[in-house]
Design a protein around this ligand. Sequence first.
Ligand SMILES: Nc1ncnc2c1ncn2[C@@H]1O[C@H](COP(=O)(O)OP(=O)(O)OP(=O)(O)O)[C@@H](O)[C@H]1O
Length: 448
Amino acid sequence: MQLKDAKILVIDDDADVLTAIRLLLKPFVAEILTEKNPGNLVSIISDRKFDIIILDMNFNGLVNTGNEGIFWLNKIKEISPDTDVILITAYGDIDLAIRSLKEGASDFIVKPWQNQKVIESIREMLQNKKKAGSKSLKSNSKGEKIVGESEEILEVFSKIKKVAPTDANILVLGENGTGKDLVAKAIHENSNRKGKPFVKVDVGALTSTLFESELFGYKKGAFTDAREDRKGRFEAANGGTLFLDEIGNISLRQQARLLTVLQNRHITPLGSNEVIPVDIRLICATNLDISELSDENKFRKDLIYRINTVDLIIPPLRNRGTDITLLCRYFLEQYSEKYTKGPFKLDQGFLKKLKNHSFPGNVRELQFVIERAVIMADSNLLKESDLSFSVIESTFPHEEIQDMRLDTVEKNTILKVIDKNKGNISKSAKELGITRAALYRRLDKYDL
Ligand SMILES: Nc1ncnc2c1ncn2[C@@H]1O[C@H](COP(=O)(O)OP(=O)(O)OP(=O)(O)O)[C@@H](O)[C@H]1O
């Protein structure tokens, strides 16, 4: 972003400071608003979005601990986390400066300031904003985001932004752990249905009886265990988005039931005659590739057409270049905070080993590997020996992977991991970087 497009809000109880900053910045920026009373801050930023807020740290001049500034800084970050905040204080207190930066401020100005320096630091902040923005896409209001900077993932971001506002049905394709779930949430978050329900169902894990009752609901007495009426997931998602995960694993009978509902746009709960209209946006996901889905013995063509108005293919992590290191740093930050360790530095051996790994479990595997490294680290410098891919690493040497039959490698790996974990499915699934349901499906697939 450029300085001339920036919208800036300045909050200070000193009228002279407000005038000085307005005069300084007005010729360079798109808009500058000044406000004397911090009590009005919440209503101003709830209505309008600012790129930068310049905020006084000591409002009444009596208390100079900076607490008030930090209080308002936290309010800004709650309402508008993307807005950069620059704090100003008359007291060049370095502890306070560091504290405000830790609390989320982007920079700190000490009065009296040098005009040119202030303009330069705002200009630089706006340029970095663009870079940071393009490295992630918000996935939901809880702060989850899709992190990535590779061309492959930027293409996914741009497709999400394009298709999200339409009501088109979307099929998300990608290997296990590539981020299909995050992508589905991001589509909802960027759609007109944001704020309405987002309901996820792992349809691949439902038995044939559960499939109907879970999706369409039931009336009391419809079957032995139906002790009261229960809404199905279609109804729960009404007005919002229904995300059907592992769609490639449902039976032909389940496909027929689903197709009927999608065609008619209404459901009938089990044991009821009532027809309930449903208004949902459908997102489906699978780890099968499109050629496997095109096998008519396994998947109905008419259902494919219906769920796949647009398809979104998420590339495996091993094909996403520098995303591996970017995601590594992202997870390092998260887990350093969670386990109150670090901040960590990475040595060359660590990075080299990371880049040479093929990540069969994709981003989920990377996430577990980094969590494990943080938990086990003895110092703040992470070395090659801190990176352990356990059994997967020895079974998937990077250079050899193309020469091996994937099915055989996968089957053997599963066997080894289950053996190592003495038959514990949860532990094995975690180590393999897949969900328990996904592991069960593979056991079924390989007849294990
Ligand atoms: N680009 C990304 N940025 C940040 N986190 C990511 C990214 N991609 C995946 N993750 C994280 O990796 C984990 C696996 O992602 P997700 O569940 O979305 O994958 P999936 O493709 O749906 O997996 P599965 O096929 O097993 O259902 C999650 O914890 C998710 O938050």
